[in-house]
Design a protein around this ligand. Structure first.
Ligand SMILES: Cc1ncc(COP(=O)(O)O)c(C=O)c1O
Length: 374
């Protein structure tokens, strides 16, 4: 194996070497310095500076941290804000995408993460549009389609969709696309600007290590901002929030995607966590993620009763999903043995590999533990 250019990054994380943590696709591990930074925020910014901190940087945190996330997803500054949860951002994005349309349907990835499907259903009901679930690998977009909602990486199988081809296909039919990047942000180089993506959302607590429930992000490209009329017209998306006027006038830029007061402590924990990406090349992350998952796959493929459901091709994220009838019990036993992945019902075992901190030796330890159980 070639030298790992990311080997030193693991030292930046607070990890127990006795545990093999393969669930960074659900909750990323904490970078070591985050605890101290949060302590500083609480003691010196909230304490100390008190309310003055709002005008000493807090107010602009959603846009400032948004730009940092933007760098990781191929968005130039001024197009990403960090705010709310992915679910809420999906609602904003879909409602804005279908507003004023004369088309009649929303298309959603049939295997989507549940929240995406539920939110799309609400948007369809609120707007009177039809909701059609499709297999994204056989996407059919028609002149009736207003918007297509796709998960870049499938949370269950790890399959990666071709963002370039599917975005182009939707656009050719005059439809918009909203991409959910929860399982791809921090996994591979993404080119939102270059591909002309209409809107994208994603979470920051998986591969971006922002911490449990850390705020999500939403991408609204500059050219689409004037037409982005989202339904949650809270005061912080107003062009002049402190004018306190009765009428809502959206901010002219990406700040119109904001709703209410930002959750500063969580957002600054994410800000600190993003420091580990400084100097990291996403191409290295991708190469190591593919190598780690290939290595693990090669070790578990022949195990009794195991079916690998993650694509063998590079069209996959950084997880290996296995089907086994006793998946739930197996994962419980693995966790007892210090190998932490997760189980998705009914029969899927997921092992997520975070190239910033997972090692090839950990892949071997996890595979050996599974083999011993089987
Ligand atoms: C693809 C996808 N979308 C959305 C979510 C969750 O959204 P929220 O952060 O609003 O709970 C997840 C969580 O795992 C996810 O995998």
């Amino acid at each position: 194996m070639n030298a790992d250019p990311l080997a030193h990054v693991r030292d930046l994380f607070d990890l127990d070497d006795d545990v093999v943590y393969l669930d960074g696709n659900s909750l990323g591990a904490p970078p070591r310095h985050v605890a101290e930074r949060v302590r500083d925020v609480i003691r010196h910014q909230w304490g100390g500076r008190l309310i003055r901190s709002w005008s000493e940087g807090w107010w602009e945190t959603p846009e400032r941290v948004g730009d940092r996330v933007g760098r990781l997803v191929g968005a130039a500054p001024g197009q990403v804000v960090v705010a709310d949860s992915t679910s809420v951002n999906l609602f904003k994005a879909l409602m804005a995408a279908v507003r004023g349309t004369d088309r009649s349907e929303i298309v959603v990835d049939a295997g989507t993460f549940p929240t995406d499907g539920y939110i799309a259903r609400s948007v369809a009901e609120l707007t009177g549009l039809e909701l059609r679930a499709v297999d994204p690998e056989r996407l059919d977009v028609s002149p009736a389609t207003a918007v297509v909602l796709l998960n870049h990486v499938d949370y269950r199988t790890g399959r990666l969709l071709d963002m370039a081809a599917l975005t182009a296909q939707a656009h050719a039919a005059g439809a918009k696309v909203v991409w959910d990047l929860c399982h791809s942000a921090g996994v591979l180089p993404i080119e939102l600007d270059r591909l002309g993506v209409d809107l994208a959302v994603g979470c920051t607590y998986k591969f971006l290590n922002g911490g449990p429930g850390s705020p999500a992000f939403i991408y609204v490209p500059t050219h689409a901002q004037a037409d982005f009329h989202q339904p949650l017209t809270g005061w912080t998306g107003h062009e002049a929030p402190f004018a306190m006027t009765p009428g809502y006038v959206p901010d002219p830029g990406v700040s119109r995607a904001r709703v209410g007061t930002p959750d500063i402590i969580s957002m600054l924990a994410l800000d600190a966590a993003l420091d580990v990406w400084d100097g990291v090349d996403l191409k290295d992350v991708r190469a190591k993620g593919l190598a780690l998952t290939a290595h693990f796959r090669s070790l578990v493929e022949g195990l009794p009763g195991v079916e690998v459901i993650t694509p063998d091709s590079p069209w996959r994220g950084h997880q290996v999903s296995l089907r086994h009838p006793d998946a739930a019990v197996l994962m419980e036993r693995l966790v007892e043995r210090g190998v932490i992945g997760d189980h998705r019902p009914p029969d899927v075992l997921r092992f997520g590999f975070a190239p910033l901190y997972n090692t090839f030796e950990e892949a071997e330890r996890a595979a050996a533990a599974l083999a011993a159980l089987l």
